[in-house]
Design a protein around this ligand. Structure first.
Ligand SMILES: C[S@@+](CC[C@H](N)C(=O)[O-])C[C@H]1O[C@@H](n2cnc3c(N)ncnc32)[C@H](O)[C@@H]1O
Length: 195
């Protein structure tokens, strides 16, 4: 639905939408359940879903088109590059990151999305007071996230706000949240705010 930016290009995300409004991003939107529901309940918000797996990107983009939601855009790209190199400072009100891939093997830890350089880029892209909500079923990755973001000077921990993380009263959770809850796994949640 929107093309990834060209190398070196800093984008104006509002140019992707029909009218301006606060921008929220979901990284790893998968099949788009959260994106669709939040966009429908909050037409005043502009939602950008980022998904790198072609299969899920296509599913999600088709789903948004079928529902005719006008305040959602989906981009197929690696969120790390978009956040680090292409988004301007202070353009995002809320970042949603639900069940990021944990890369459990030690030799794969360097592939994890949450590293200090990424965290600092998120701080830069958030508006002052902007929120970052993270949910994970993976205990060890969650601890890693807690350590990295706890050491990131631009962020402070804040409360988990269900108004911002639950699209509506009937919301049952993201696909992975539903699946892992059924399996009896603990779902860890944490929220940060840009200082
Ligand atoms: C475990 S799934 C979670 C999907 C959904 N958020 C949920 O909770 O059901 C992680 C998703 O993030 C996507 N993903 C992982 N790393 C990404 C990255 N760097 N940029 C964009 N998408 C990414 C994967 O392709 C996958 O669809």
């Amino acid at each position: 639905m929107v093309e990834p930016p060209a190398e070196g290009q800093v984008v104006d995300p509002m140019a992707w939408f029909e009218s301006p409004g606060p921008l929220e991003i979901e990284i790893g939107c998968g099949k788009g359940g959260f994106l669709l529901n939040r966009a429908r309940v909050h037409p005043e918000i502009r939602m950008l879903g980022i998904e790198w797996a072609n299969k899920y990107y296509r599913y999600c983009a088709d789903r948004m088109a079928r529902w005719g939601v006008r305040n959602v855009r989906v981009m197929r790209t690696d969120a790390q590059f978009l956040v680090l190199h292409h988004l301007p400072p202070g353009c995002v009100s809320v970042l949603h990151l639900y069940h990021p891939d944990p890369w459990p093997k030690k030799r794969h830890h360097k592939r994890r999305l949450i590293q200090m350089a990424f965290a600092q880029a998120v701080v830069r892209m958030l508006v002052p007071g902007g929120k970052w909500f993270i949910q994970s079923d993976h205990e060890e990755y969650f601890q890693h996230i807690h350590e990295v973001l706890g050491a990131c000077a631009g962020l402070e921990e804040t409360s988990w706000d269900e108004d911002e993380t639950q699209p509506g009263p009937d919301w049952a959770g993201t696909n992975f949240e539903i699946k892992y809850t059924r399996e009896g796994r603990t779902i860890h949640r944490i929220a940060y705010q840009r200082r």
